[in-house]
Design a protein. Structure first.
Length: 361
């Protein structure tokens, strides 16, 4: 005689199957709504920057809903929600039978971008800034550059300048950003006023909402390790800033690239630093001599200093982030981000568009 299996009841702790299905369906709807909201908010954000570009050309009419659907690869419903978000902010007005136009209030939307850098005379900045000015100008923005001189007072003065000019976005370099600082608190206050914070090449402090531009450093690390290996490198060390997210990001990516390439990662051959100190470099050189054939640095300027101290049989490789962006010099190998790609990624971050990839060479 076949044994009958008792069906589960809906006692304490049990829910009927239809309630489980309802809960799952509700969760699915909730996830879908969140995704759709994120999509139309992203489109609204990008259209807000579009208003500035349209205004800079002396025009005042937005593309049609049909054109926007094609541009963003989305439904008309999503486009309408994005436009409604702008209408609620009084940035646009809809005219029946005519289209959507920039409102008088939108003419107050900020069109300035402030770039806060340690030193605008660095080779990488001298190459980047003219291209960035032109790219942002094409999108309706005006770029202003403020050098801090690498001092806390300079950082605070630059951020206070941002409060005065009320820019659409502030570009910052994550330099010494892991050290507690009054400057970080001011950046937090600035973000709360509605200014978009764009961190270049690596994340900024996690408690401050921000966008990262050109932040994928893994391809550069992989290229640097591969080229070093091709030059005969098999025992690699490294020197990276330990007080910035950029330095630690490069450290992590280099470590992963070394292990992925089949080489051994030796922690004793790696050192973090907070300032370029000759005695530190000499101590590091002494420690790795006889154990390393290649040293990878996060900055080509400190790599150049280290090269003058190391024995000739130890090669140096570096990321091109420094003041002079040296080319290959004797035993020195440098990889850099493609400037045009970086400019495009920063412009995308400022305007709210999806960022393009950045190539390393």
């Amino acid at each position: 005689m076949e044994k009958r299996v008792k069906k589960p009841t809906c006692g304490k702790g049990n829910k009927p199957p239809n309630m489980i299905r309802n809960r799952t369906r509700g969760e699915a709807v909730s996830i879908y709504n969140r995704l759709m909201k994120a999509k139309y908010e992203r489109i609204a954000d990008e259209l807000c920057s579009e208003l500035i570009r349209i205004r800079s050309k002396g025009e005042n009419k937005l593309p049609s809903e049909a054109d926007l659907c094609v541009r963003f690869s989305c439904s008309r419903q999503t486009v309408r929600k994005a436009l409604e978000a702008l209408r609620r902010k009084d940035l646009i007005v809809k005219r029946r039978g005519s289209g959507t136009y920039i409102s008088d209030a939108s003419r107050q939307v900020p069109d300035k971008v402030l770039f806060i850098t340690e030193d605008e005379d660095r080779r990488c900045c001298r190459d980047l800034i003219p291209l960035l000015k032109e790219s942002l100008r094409a999108s309706g923005f005006k770029l202003t550059v403020k050098s801090t001189g690498g001092t806390l007072e300079g950082k605070i003065a630059a951020i206070e300048e941002a409060f005065k000019i009320s820019p659409a976005a502030v570009l910052i370099e994550p330099c010494s950003d892991l050290i507690p600082s009054p400057a970080a608190q001011k950046v937090c206050e600035l973000e709360k006023t509605g200014v978009r914070i764009v961190s270049l090449f690596a994340p900024y402090r996690p408690e401050i909402p921000h966008v990262v531009a050109a932040g994928d450093n893994a391809p550069g690390a992989s290229l640097l390790v591969r080229r070093s290996k091709d030059r005969g490198g098999s025992n690699m060390g490294g020197l990276f800033r330990g007080d910035s997210t950029l330095g630690l990001s490069l450290y992590s990516d280099v470590m992963n690239s070394i292990t992925d390439s089949g080489l051994t990662f030796n922690e004793r051959s790696f050192l973090t630093y907070t300032e370029r100190d000759t005695s530190l470099l000499k101590a590091f050189a002494k420690r790795i001599t006889g154990h390393c054939d290649t040293v990878i640095c996060d900055d080509d300027l400190i790599a150049h200093d280290l090269l003058a101290i190391l024995p000739r049989d130890i090669k140096v490789a570096a990321f091109g982030n420094g003041r002079f962006a040296f080319g290959e010099d004797r035993n020195m190998l440098v990889v850099r981000r493609n400037n045009n790609d970086v400019v495009g990624a920063i412009t995308d971050a400022v305007t709210g568009r999806p960022q393009r990839a950045v190539r390393w060479t």
